[in-house]
Write a protein that binds this ligand. Structure first.
Ligand code: FES
Length: 239
């Protein structure tokens, strides 16, 4: 790493010049995005919540949305893609309105997950990883979803729907397609933390004071470490 890059303060936008004006995210999404950014000491820390907001709008992270997010948090679109593509919950390609995740890890495997997945692929006429022709369901095979006591575990848009049998799975799919589960399973699965419309604003004065306290604590730790180092060197020289 060059000396210049090493000295670049944390949080310095990597994009040179003025950030581009967002052109894809809706006014409502932008308002929420700015509320979320205000919660963090550094705008780039809001990158993942903003990805969830964009996913709520479009169902997946479109290149245009990633460009807007990059401008909002001061990174490049490639960095947004690099981060988003690491996480299963963020979709960098189009998906169905409902992403149905079947866990096939050990506890679920021992409770019929392989058979359930085979049934799902057959009844939906799509392989795991694919989307049904009508665009309503994307079926995916998942690693442990941390709901092992209700195996075989199924999630729809990140909501747990409990253990499923082939019969209950078919009823679940019918309910999703008819909209009967739209209250408890929103389209595209936005997380409630970023979906809420109140309680997101941070008090600027409180943020400033917390940042100042953080900086002072850092300076004190650095001074203490330096003093300890000097003392150790002094002790070594006199022994
Ligand atoms: S093994 Fe399936 S949820 Fe843990």
């Amino acid at each position: 790493m060059s000396e210049t890059a090493r000295r670049t303060p944390v949080g310095t936008p990597r994009r040179a010049g003025a950030p581009p004006v967002p052109s894809h995210l809706s006014a409502d999404t932008l308002t929420r995005a700015r509320q979320v950014i205000a919660l963090y000491p550094e705008p780039r820390s809001a990158l993942i919540p903003l990805c969830h907001l964009a996913q709520e709008q479009d169902g997946w992270l479109t290149p245009a949305a990633m460009t807007d997010i990059a401008g909002l948090v001061g990174v490049t679109p490639t960095e947004v893609l690099g981060t988003a593509s690491f996480y299963d919950m963020l979709h960098t390609e189009p998906v169905g309105t409902h992403v149905v995740s079947l866990c096939t890890n050990i506890a679920c495997l021992l409770n019929g997950a392989a058979e359930l997945l085979e049934h799902a692929e057959s009844s939906l006429e799509v392989n795991a990883g694919g989307t049904t022709v009508d665009g309503t369901i994307t079926l995916e095979e998942a690693e442990c979803l941390a709901d092992c006591d209700r195996a075989p575990c199924v999630q729809v848009n990140h909501r747990f729907v409990g253990a499923q049998t082939p019969e209950s799975f078919d009823r679940l799919i019918a309910d999703l397609r008819s909209g009967a589960r739209s209250q408890d399973i929103p389209d595209h699965g936005t997380l409630i933390r970023v979906h809420r419309s109140t309680g997101l604003e941070a008090d600027p004065a409180r943020l400033a004071s917390e940042r100042a306290a953080m900086a002072e604590a850092q300076a004190q730790r650095a001074a203490a470490a330096e003093a300890a180092k000097s003392a150790a060197e002094g002790a070594g020289g006199t022994s």
